[in-house]
Design a protein around this ligand. Structure first.
Ligand code: EPZ
Length: 464
């Protein structure tokens, strides 16, 4: 299991570039199923989730190839396979994005129900409601969704749920509605930039979708859909994560390649906390303040603060002065990062769908465990800012959604070493010196011999 050894307390100075958006890449790759011919996608990041979805698409008869210039080339065939297998879907719930394209293009789909995950309950009832409204017959049996539609007919669909709109649910219903006879309207559609990017991709193919970026979409179905070339949008979540890294680690960090219009709420929150942010074109220059101010934050549907940066903001606010409250209205159980941040000295406690943070100013290095994609990002940011060394286990979570994050951060002054192939059983503790033990009235001479310590690899030395 990969782990990071991070030497904290080093300011970040220099430039990093944002990669393409994971949450645009996945639904757009799935939507390539609807096109006649060969789709060329540019800006698709090199991520584990992209690799997993490529495997799902190949299992559905698509040819998926990464070119030397980084372009992803997807070629459909008249293959009628329609099974998205559990073994692949369980690795990445976003595989459910093939449901709408398969139903629209091939008239049937058999997709494993996505499992739960560490951020909470992840139902797809709204996806199925929208597809049924278009005329699909849908049953659920043995953990699979069986969907069939000999004919799809336009409908007026309300797609809102008790937690607001659904991002991938809107994507799935869009990809089916473009095949439906007549006009479909979707109310309470997701407005996220990733949904807009998908809609623009489909319109470039020949679809007729209006209202993108608003909660009200109108789709005229039945148009010929031909494969196109498309460059996906930059990853606003990675951009926000990098900006928060700059605010936490100190120094002056330039984040290139972002779309500032996707980050209004994040930029506003950081400025309110006292972080210096200057936007020039597609670059944000982040200057960490001497003192961070506390702030109450609520994760909401776009254009609100994204739930995908809620954990990262919690790590930042643990360094601010005063009390902050972070609430997640989208995933009210998305707080696996809290116990691990507490190991680093953060003064945080959970109250229902909120975390109450008593800023302490500084964090200390510790051994922590990543639990999901964005929680692992929050722990990495905390380790960058912490005094001393940290070990973060199970960083494979990070590899699902961030492209070369440790390389990008090391290029601007961070000290992160990836140590792989260590068994989970390996006792890994940080070297506690006698003077560190003394305040605990523990004299190392009479305490049991410490467990075998992980000798810290130097950045240059290959890890053996
Ligand atoms: C997308 O997930 C993103 N993933 C998530 O990013 C992101 O956190 C989420 O949108 C919210 O912005 C991708 O785009 C691949 P939802 P999605 O359907 O579509 C409830 C990351 O870290 N709901 O918008 O699965 C649901 O439980 C990932 O990159 C229903 O009740 O999220 C949640 O409370 C994590 N019924 C809320 O709606 C449904 O049928 C929003 O979920 C669908 C959703």
């Amino acid at each position: 299991m990969d782990m990071f050894v991070v030497r904290g307390g080093r300011p970040l100075r220099g430039r990093v570039t944002v990669s393409g958006a994971k949450n645009a890449a996945l639904p757009i790759m799935a939507a390539a199923l609807v096109a006649n011919g060969t789709t060329v996608l540019r800006g698709i990041p090199d991520l584990v989730d992209v690799t997993t979805l490529s495997s799902v698409l190949r299992s559905l008869g698509m040819n998926v190839e990464r070119k030397a210039d980084g372009a992803l080339v997807l070629t459909t065939s008249d293959d009628q396979r329609c099974l998205a297998d559990y073994e692949l879907v369980r690795r990445m719930r976003a595989s459910v994005c093939v449901l709408g394209p398969l139903l629209g293009r091939r008239g049937r789909a058999c997709v494993s129900l996505p499992g739960g995950c560490n951020i909470g309950h992840r139902p797809i009832d709204l996806h199925l409601k929208g597809l049924r409204a278009l005329g699909a017959q849908i049953t659920i049996d043995r953990g699979y969704v069986f969907a069939r539609a000999d004919r799809l007919v336009g409908a007026d669909i309300y797609l809102g749920g008790s937690f607001g709109s659904t991002v991938t649910g809107t994507c799935n219903v869009l990809c089916a509605a473009i095949f439906a006879e007549g006009v479909t309207t979707i109310s309470a559609a997701a407005c996220e930039p990733e949904v807009v990017d998908l809609g623009r991709f489909l319109n470039a193919m020949g679809a007729r979708i209006e209202g993108l970026g608003t909660p009200h979409l109108r789709i005229e179905g039945g148009h010929e859909l031909n494969a196109v070339e498309h460059t996906i949008i930059p990853d606003r979540i990675e951009a926000a994560t990098l900006m928060i890294a700059g605010a936490m680690a100190g120094g002056r960090l330039q984040v290139d390649g972002l779309d500032p219009s996707h980050l209004s709420a994040v930029i506003d929150a950081l400025r309110t906390m006292g972080v210096g942010i200057e936007i020039t074109g597609r670059t944000a220059t982040v200057v960490a303040p001497e003192r961070l101010r506390s702030l109450d934050i609520t994760a909401l549907p776009y254009p609100g603060i994204p739930t995908d940066v809620q954990a990262q903001f919690t790590a930042l606010l643990s360094m601010a002065e005063g009390i902050s409250v972070v609430t997640d209205k989208i995933f009210p159980d998305r707080f696996m990062h809290i116990p691990e941040l507490m190991r680093m000295g953060a003064n945080v406690r959970r109250e229902g769908a909120s975390s109450i943070i008593g800023g302490i100013g500084t964090l200390t290095g510790a051994c922590v465990m990543a639990s999901d994609l964005r929680a692992s990002a929050a722990l990495l940011l905390a380790a960058l800012a912490a005094d001393g060394e940290s070990v973060i286990r199970r960083v494979y979570h990070l590899d699902r959604g961030y492209e070369q994050l440790e390389q990008k951060l090391n290029q601007v002054g961070a000290d992160i070493v990836r140590v792989d192939d260590l068994p989970e059983t390996m006792p890994v503790s940080l070297q506690l010196s006698d003077e560190e033990l003394r305040p605990l009235a523990i004299d190392s001479s009479d305490s049991p011999p410490p467990p075998k310590f992980l000798k810290r690899p130097t950045k240059s030395a290959p890890v053996t």
